[in-house]
Design a binder for this molecule. Structure first.
Ligand SMILES: [Zn+2]
Length: 216
């Protein structure tokens, strides 16, 4: 964990204009002018050195549990398209469906939100596919992280040095299949992964049903 106190080494994010809204405000949120960025990232953070890997997103103000911290945006990128991306960019798009990612296609399109690191005991988690909430209270100086295996089921196989007591040591595309992983991240799995888990559980609960599907 990064220690508390002032963070002169952190670069404040560019300020964003507050847009006018017709819809009710999201809890604990300041909606930016989304035209400036493809993604949303709370103004309570800055990009700075990470104890996990390279740069990370560090809180500079307290963030409450359940608060909206980010909304991932960018290009929609297929699995095939991913192979064409520059290697330094390829690790940043987030998988949002079985064969679909969202994020930058070039280094120039990288945004602050793209620096959110993985942790096996993350401070944030995904709701739906692109909404990122704080999973607990986050103090200034703490890094905002999520578990990459709660979103990605393709091409993920990296050593982990997150330093969490329960660090898995390796983060892979198959982690979502582990019931202990599912329990630990209940409520914070990408929608398409949760659907696969639910389908599998329906299948084993209804062994006489050939497909396991009994929905409309
Ligand atoms: Zn780890």
């Amino acid at each position: 964990m990064v220690t508390g106190g002032p963070h002169p080494h952190l670069n404040p994010l560019p300020s964003r204009e507050r847009g006018s809204l017709r819809t009710p405000p999201v809890r604990g949120n300041d909606i930016p002018n989304v035209n400036l960025f493809a993604s949303y990232l709370t103004r309570k953070v800055a990009v700075g050195p990470s104890h996990i890997s390279g740069k990370g997103i560090i809180a500079v103000q307290a963030i409450a549990s359940g608060e909206l911290v980010a909304v991932w945006g960018g290009h929609l990128i297929t699995r095939e398209d991913m192979q064409q991306l520059p290697p330094e960019v390829r690790e940043h798009p987030v998988q949002v469906w079985h064969d679909l990612f969202v994020g930058p296609r070039t280094a120039a399109e990288m945004e602050p939100v793209d620096y959110m690191n993985h942790s096996c005991e993350p401070s944030c988690g995904v709701k739906g596919q692109i909404i990122v909430l704080a999973r607990r209270d986050i103090a200034p100086g703490e890094e905002l992280t999520f578990d990459y295996a709660t979103t990605d089921t393709i091409g993920l196989d990296v050593e982990c040095h997150c330093g969490a007591p329960s660090c898995r040591g390796r983060v892979t595309s198959d982690d979502w299949k582990d019931p202990a992983f599912q329990a630990r991240n209940a409520g914070y799995m990408s929608l398409y992964i949760q659907e696969m888990i639910d389908e599998y559980q329906t299948m084993i609960a209804s062994p006489l049903s050939p497909s396991g599907r009994e929905r409309e």
